[in-house]
Write a new protein. Sequence first.
Length: 271
Amino acid sequence: MTGRLDGKVALVAGAGTVEEGWSNGKATSALFAREGAKVFAVDLNKAAADETASIISGEGGAATAHQTDVTDEAAVEAMVAACLETYGRIDILFNNVGIQHLGGPEAITGDDWDRLMTANVKSMFLTCRHVLPVMVRQGGGSIVNNSSMAAIRFTYPSVAYMASKGAVNQLTQNIAIEYATRGVRANTVMPGLMATPRITKRLRDVHGDNYPEKLQERHDLVPIGHMGDGWDVAHAVLFLASDEAKYITGVNLPVDGGLAASLLGHAWRPE
């Protein structure tokens, strides 16, 4: 521990994971705690939040698990109140809740669109809406929203997901400018092709016996030569949340192994 977040309280929405392994939220929560923050670990699945909090406590850190549906405004308001009651302040908000739905505009339904926009965009709007007044009263804070390279690049047919992540970027930049003079910074991380538990589970479910081949195909698309993981996202979020990034706001930070910079769409290798 180097103490980059000593004395700070971090609220992580989406702090659990769908199965064994390190998700973006779980890894970020653990890293926050290792850097000295007290972590209010929120997830729709209380058992998943409990697991993350237990890992932090087992390492000697401070964490509290809390179950919340962040698409429900009353629940979000209660979540913020519970964090304040527990730790007295909120210095960092990491919004990590999101879902995917494959398909273009003819393949998905209006209900699919609404469900995804609610989970991916409304949830972040609601948490920001209720945390921002707290940060303003405190004199500052840092918000990091988990977006995606899908916000700025076509990756696969998933029109609602890509539109939602584009909305996350604009939501974040709007907040960044409006609150810049009030000490609140807002940025996004944009993960590219990642090998997190949610992604690998989906690939196994969809491709079955062809899973290893499909996994390797994704590795081969990345200029660095492999997909990222939850810790790659966590370290980027830690930087943006910390005072080291005190002059950075309104930024959409790619965490993608060079994917966005490559016109080839795959790893270039020398002859």
